[in-house]
Design a protein around this ligand. Structure first.
Ligand SMILES: *[C@@H]1O[C@H](CO)[C@@H](O)[C@H](O)[C@H]1NC(C)=O
Ligand SMILES: *[C@@H]1O[C@H](CO)[C@@H](O)[C@H](O)[C@H]1NC(C)=O
Ligand SMILES: *[C@@H]1O[C@H](CO)[C@@H](O)[C@H](O)[C@H]1NC(C)=O
Length: 289
């Protein structure tokens, strides 16, 4: 995210900051809740115990309840803001770690892939003496959140439109921006139409599809071609491809997006939420042994 370099009133900066932060937070609450709720029942006993141990008591062993924590602390920790996404070169539809994983100041590793690697490395110290240098509760909450974000196609979007944040569109009759369509609008419309506006019904429907034999290639999602999960480079590449093939496709400034767009994109949203959940579980299972 770029901050204005010209001199303007602090009030204006504050207002601008509030607006932009509201727009760049990744899957909305329901998307993140879905990823964490899909993941938790898939945990091994060791991973489930570690998660329970690391979660604060008030979370009552519900990872989902804190899956959006990383969005809520963004105001207080502006350094964490670039860790929610990756900007890739406009129109290339490719992602490369060394080229793209940096923040607006060019500091390397400061993107969602670098953050997933960072918090995975920290969590691997669980149960060891070296764990004391980290706050592993925060590491778990960051990792769980960023595993969701990296599966949101527009979190691996183009640089100049900030992952669709500057593309004004209409979602049916309401004003929106393309990024928000993928964070929230598609999920909200799906819930209203198919799930009695109840996110738990959406989560159950996706979970059913994950467990349905032959429906998804779940085993493939869980692994990496080399090493153990996570393999965030793979997830980022999938996201920029989906961004080009589905999110940006056919959309221009002031496009009116309604049924033809919704009906063809909602399967992609379901797929990315399912992959996020399956891979978060596979990652935690791998980390905690
Ligand atoms: C790694 O985690 C630490 C602790 O939260 C944080 O200060 C640092 O900015 C993180 N770096 C990346 C690239 O995620
Ligand atoms: C770890 O982070 C959590 C959440 O920010 C905080 O409540 C807790 O006090 C921290 N633990 C330590 C030991 O600093
Ligand atoms: C579940 O799978 C069916 C068949 O592939 C698909 O039509 C439906 O949209 C999926 N629903 C969810 C919530 O994933």
């Amino acid at each position: 995210m770029e901050f204005p370099k010209i001199q303007i009133s602090p009030l204006l900066v504050g207002f601008w900051f509030l607006c932009s932060v509201a727009l760049v937070h990744g899957w909305g609450n329901d998307g993140h809740l879905t990823v964490c709720r899909l993941a938790q029942p898939r945990l091994s006993e060791a991973a489930a115990n570690a998660v329970k141990d690391l979660l604060p008591a008030y979370a009552e062993d519900d990872l989902g309840s804190l899956c959006s924590w990383a969005d809520r602390v963004k105001f207080r920790r502006p350094w964490s803001s670039p860790l929610h996404y990756i900007d890739t070169p406009d129109d290339l539809c490719t992602y490369q770690y060394t080229r793209d994983c940096k923040d607006a100041d060019g500091i390397k590793d400061r993107c969602v892939v670098g953050a997933i690697n960072n918090y995975t490395t920290q969590l691997l110290t669980y149960g060891q003496e070296s764990a004391s240098q980290y706050n592993l509760t925060e590491a778990l909450l960051f990792l769980s959140h960023f595993m969701g974000d990296i599966h949101q196609p527009l979190h691996v979007g183009f640089t100049s439109d900030r992952g669709g944040n500057t593309i004004d569109v209409h979602w049916y009759t309401r004003k929106s921006v393309l990024h928000h369509v993928w964070d929230n609008n598609i999920i909200d419309t799906a819930e209203e139409r198919y799930d009695d506006s109840d996110v738990t019904e959406l989560i159950d429907a996706i979970q059913t599809n994950i467990t349905l034999k032959g429906n998804y290639r779940v085993k493939t999602w869980e692994g990496c071609t080399t090493g153990n999960p996570p393999c965030p480079d793979v997830y980022a590449t999938e996201s920029i491809k989906a961004a080009c093939n589905f999110a940006y496709k056919g959309v221009t400034e002031e496009s009116v997006l309604e049924d033809p767009y919704f009906l063809t994109r909602v399967p992609i949203v379901y797929l990315r939420l399912a992959q996020g959940g399956v891979r978060l579980a596979a990652t935690l299972n791998s980390i905690f042994g």
